[in-house]
Design a protein around this ligand. Structure first.
Ligand code: FPP
Length: 228
């Protein structure tokens, strides 16, 4: 049973290129697909959906592409709010979200507050997120506390961005690349990985079902001999 699904939404650019469209068109199509993925996830009984939307490295992309992505994030937070309220979706974010433009931050904060009590599905969007940055931010929180006693793994988790969210059971990466790209480095330690060649804007219920079928045939051992 997948309680927490994490997705690296890759391939917007290649999807657009294959159709003679601009990269921005690809990102727009990708943003639209988030609703499709969320509804499919809900139907499958998934409780947490973490989406890699913008990495700490993505700031290095051309300024106009960054602007388009920031605009889409802002638009997503406001235009999807009625649907999130209707469907019982709670919105959260992880990452150095203070780096985002004010308009995007404001729209996100509003949607996060409004949806805070919803409990059917949590959509957790990784924004200005890096797995290494998350670990470094946790270490700096510990230093700021002037804590002197040793830190256990369990303690350390409490300094991460979303300590209350369980680790992902399954990671899906779209568009064929076989790497983690600095996503959830701590949290993915024991997650199952599924890579599909499908570009993110083509991701749908069927793609998700294939990933879930693959997952259900696996034995998770968490480093031990028996299924946990
Ligand atoms: C990868 O495509 C995709 C991203 C940069 C992140 C995903 C962004 C979205 C789905 C749109 C906006 C997000 C929200 C939350 C509304 P790519 O450009 O790396 O594709 P390529 O590898 O084919 O060039």
């Amino acid at each position: 049973m997948v309680e927490h699904l994490a997705i690296i939404m890759d391939g917007n650019g290649r999807w657009a290129e294959a159709r003679g469209l601009s990269r921005s068109d690809g990102h727009r199509a990708g943003a639209r697909q988030i609703g499709v993925a969320a509804r499919a996830a809900m139907k499958a009984g998934i409780k947490y959906l973490t989406l890699y939307a913008f990495s700490t490295e993505n700031w290095k992309r051309p300024q106009d592409e960054v602007g388009v992505l920031m605009g889409l994030i802002q638009e997503f937070a406001s235009s999807e709010l009625p649907a999130m309220m209707r469907d019982g979706v709670r919105l959260r974010t992880i990452g150095r979200t203070g780096d985002l433009p004010l308009a995007a931050r404001t729209a996100l904060r509003y949607a996060i507050e409004k949806t805070a009590a919803n409990d059917k599905l949590t959509i957790n969007i990784a924004l200005s997120y890096g797995g290494r940055a998350e670990i470094v931010d946790a270490v700096n929180k510990i230093i700021a506390e002037k804590r002197t006693d040793p830190v256990s793994e369990q303690d350390f988790i409490s300094y991460l961005y979303a300590p209350d969210i369980p680790d992902p059971d399954l990671l899906i990466r779209t568009s064929g690349e076989l790497r983690l790209s600095n996503f959830l480095l701590w949290e993915l330690s024991y997650s199952e990985i599924y890579v599909t060649d499908t570009y993110w804007p083509d991701f749908n219920e069927e793609t998700l079902q294939k990933a879930l079928d693959s997952y259900s045939g696996r034995k998770r051992r968490f480093g031990g001999l028996n299924k946990k």
